[in-house]
Design a protein around this ligand. Structure first.
Ligand code: SF4
Length: 261
């Protein structure tokens, strides 16, 4: 795929996996659209730095001051930005997406909303080819969508980060964007839950932004089936008690921590 560095709206910074931009066809593994065959476009870069992030190759660069839980694991190395990030021409990204002949497109990351202008160009280009496209974006909920971006997006999968992510509150909780998403009928809220004690924080956020429970999906934190299995048992009970949706993370169940699936 062509690598370019023209203007910011002409290129997308994508994760690079096995030498190629990370654009792949799979099923949505979690949340409202779980199980839907989808094309994923993985942007790189993130404005948060969750210690358990399972896409750490989009931000845990060599030399960064941020930490990840794997930093101390034998054999783990922070990622070379040069090796793991690729700048791609929008035309080439649109062609790669269209090749899969799948209408559900999921913009994921990293934090895709850091690159809204380029993503608008991508969505416009795809819509010019077919009106059937349906665009979801997976976001940490800290950035406001531009009107042009909001016009193209059909579904926001907003995943506000909790204290368990290791990000300071002033970075992970932005009231303006959260108010916007709370009011948008296109937004649903996914919370990654590591401990039962996370519930207090979730309930407080939902109350503060007037988010009803039927727009909330809780999913267990974990990058292995064994960890998910342990956590889902108490998480399901929390969902039953409060009227939240439970979501498994079926990509982890099927493929574990494998990338690009
Ligand atoms: S917001 Fe998402 S991509 Fe960014 S560090 Fe957290 S889990 Fe990873």
């Amino acid at each position: 795929m062509t690598q370019r560095s023209t203007s910011r709206t002409d290129v997308l910074k994508l994760a690079r996996l096995r030498g190629e931009p990370e654009i792949f066809y799979s099923i949505q593994g979690e949340g409202k659209s779980i199980g839907i065959p989808s094309v994923f476009v993985r942007t790189t870069l993130c404005n948060l730095h969750c210690i358990w992030c399972d896409t750490d190759y989009t931000w845990n660069w060599e030399g960064t001051r941020f930490s990840h839980k794997n930093d101390d694991k034998p054999g783990y190395r922070k990622f070379s930005k040069k090796e793991w990030m690729v700048e791609c021409n929008i035309d080439a990204v649109a062609a790669a997406v269209a090749d899969f002949a799948c209408a559900n497109v999921i913009l994921t990351g990293g934090e895709p909303m850091l690159q809204q202008a380029a993503l608008v160009r991508l969505m416009e280009q795809l819509c010019a080819q077919s009106k059937d496209y349906h665009f979801e974006v997976e976001t940490n909920g800290t950035l406001l969508p531009s009107p042009a971006f909001d016009q193209q997006i059909h579904q926001y999968n907003v995943s506000p980060k909790l204290e368990n992510s290791g990000n300071p509150q002033k970075l992970r909780e932005k009231s303006g964007p959260l108010r916007f998403f709370a009011r948008s009928p296109k937004a649903n809220f996914n919370f990654v839950v590591a401990e039962p004690s996370d519930l207090e924080e979730i309930l407080s956020m939902l109350q503060q932004y007037a988010i009803p429970p039927d727009r909330v999906w809780l999913m267990p934190e974990g990058s292995t089936p064994a960890v998910l299995n342990k956590r889902r048992k108490w998480l399901v009970e929390i969902c039953k008690k409060h009227g939240f949706r439970y979501s498994d993370r079926i990509h982890v169940q099927i493929w574990g921590a494998k990338k690009g699936v």
